[in-house]
Design a protein around this ligand. Sequence first.
Ligand SMILES: [Fe+2]
Ligand SMILES: [Fe+2]
Length: 194
Amino acid sequence: MELKNSQTFKNLAKSYAGECQAHVRYKFIEYGARQQGYKTLAEMIDNLVYNEFNHARMFYTFIQQASDETIDNIDISAGYPFKEKWDLVENLRLAAEDEGMEENVIYPEYRKIAEKEGFTEIAKLYDDIIQVESCHRKLLTDLYNQLSEGTLYKKQTKVKWKCADCGYEAVGYEPWDECPLCKAKRGSVMLHLE
Ligand SMILES: [Fe+2]
Ligand SMILES: [Fe+2]
């Protein structure tokens, strides 16, 4: 089967659209986190933004390999989430949910179809991306839990806190409000993830 006549071709286009939207939705979250002073958290989200860009880039690359001709249009019909409002904590939870959908529902289905249609390389791409989306889900869930439970900057035991801006370190239940060395705000403290 030729890729451009396959269901996989359409699925690649849907996946590309989904990754582009995830990229922008996480940029919304990153923007919100930065506005609220969560600098290191924003940088973590920015890393996800870049991951989604690269997923989109890989889907796009496979689409382009289907034809030497210019692809004027791919007609797709698909639904995408528009759940997020401008609430940082809630958006982390929703983003984790979106990742779970890609990881457990959408991409496994596209993977299965790619394999059935004989596109092994594309099935492998889905496998690899599923792995990453699973890590994204776990990271977003962890950040959501810590923020909603108030444990982002408050631990049960003493831990080492480190300022991402200047490297200053101190041990305690909580980090500083203002870094004793460089005066950076608490938002610059490096986060402890699960
Ligand atoms: Fe992705
Ligand atoms: Fe993701």
